[in-house]
Design a binder for this molecule. Sequence first.
Ligand code: GLU
Length: 505
Amino acid sequence: MTKSVRVRFAPSPTGPLHIGGLRTALFNYLFAKQKGGKFVLRIEDTDKNRYVQGSEQHIIDSLSWCGLEPDESPFNPGEFGPYRQSERKDLYKKAISVLIEKGGAYYAFDTKEELELLRTDEEKKGRVFSYNSKNRHKLTNSISLTKKEVDKKIAGGEEFVVRFKTPENKTIVCEDILRGVVSVDSETLDDKILYKSDGMPTYHFANVVDDHHMKISHVIRGEEWLPSLPLHSMIYDSFGWLDKPAFVHLPLILKPVGKGKLSKRDGDKFGFPIYATSWTGIVKTKGYKEFGFLPQAVVNFLSLLGWNPGTEKEIFSLSELIQAFSFSGLNKSGARFDPEKNRWFNHSHIQNTKNSLVSDSIKKAFGSEHSKYKEEELDKIAELIKPRLEDLNDVFNTSRFFFIKPKEYPEKQVKRLKKTGFNEVIESLVSIIEKSGDLNNLKPLVEDLVKEKEWGFGKVLGLFRLSIVGELSGPDLFEVISIIGKQEVLERLHTLKDHLNKVNL
Ligand code: GLU
């Protein structure tokens, strides 16, 4: 019988969720949804010293903004809860006793100072100290001590840890779907701590115990966990658990310059967001959301960091990604983060969204000013500016002239116009506008005027645009004019005329 697909995203709440973690969540989500499986969120909060208030909320908010809702989580528990490791302590306590009983782990009483001394001694000899099969019998633990001595120490409240008993002289063979077989000589591994005297498991132990108890079928996580794979695989074996999940270690996300892992600091350095949504630490750091990105664009660019569909297609919706995703499209080598390309993704997704999303941003940007236009007009403005938007915050600059009359004009244009017969051009434009009914057929009237007077159409249009927009760029002028209305157009032409007559350059 094939196992039903259950994957987990298992972040530690040690700070805000950055986009690397979010990409891991995304690939887990895509795989689960494609296979009709479950996407589980498990909070790995066993390390109290690294716990950062607010990070769990940030994880939830980021996933939610991107539309990656977990099927099971601390807020939406399923039958495998609790979903926070700090609430699963009893399970780990039982599990570690079982493992000790099975001979897969042992108590160790060596103090930090003792171990430090051994470390420096070995260093002096040019060697590296390792707590392993070669010397564990010489150290203070339940392998070197009698059962009575061990019981006495524990009963006396002596501090201890529980270490994994790495099998001796064995080649540990494990498999990663992406990287194939990984084998290590067990003699090169040390006996990792699985359980601490404060009653808390370490990451390795809690992680494996939970994956087993939560019936996780596939572990999809970052490449930085690949070195832990042999240990995790050995823990399964020591318990005698036969339900080892399949493992996939995702490639690193590299800095925009190509070399080195993308870090939180790169965001500040290169001026791009590193989180999906804002994070308030000592200072507030904006996320993609606050930078005016659409969540679907963020999902899209993250999906292509380390995965490719095998076609030229670049723009994907979440549901298209669910269909297209496959482990065979994953790359082994790191994926360069490209903030410029990400803006292109956002631009492209903005083109595919409803105008109302853009007009909502316009309303926010201009407050009560927006009420001078009807809903259909705002929709039209949204449609006109959309091709010019890289992010939703651009709505202010790209639609400003619909709401705020231009008062200043670029010096270069003013100088150029002052050398022309601008008064006659403006007066003629004013006169045809005054005579015309609505402004919907203004264009042919302006064309006729230009022909009759033998002026250049481009030049007249440039002047006209300058009066309406305040600069020479912007959407189709006649479309703009039909929205802002006759009165306003006349006023703006007069304002430019007055300015040109007054200004001395
Ligand atoms: N808690 C680990 C992390 O923060 C999870 C690693 C894993 O997925 O096994 O990345």
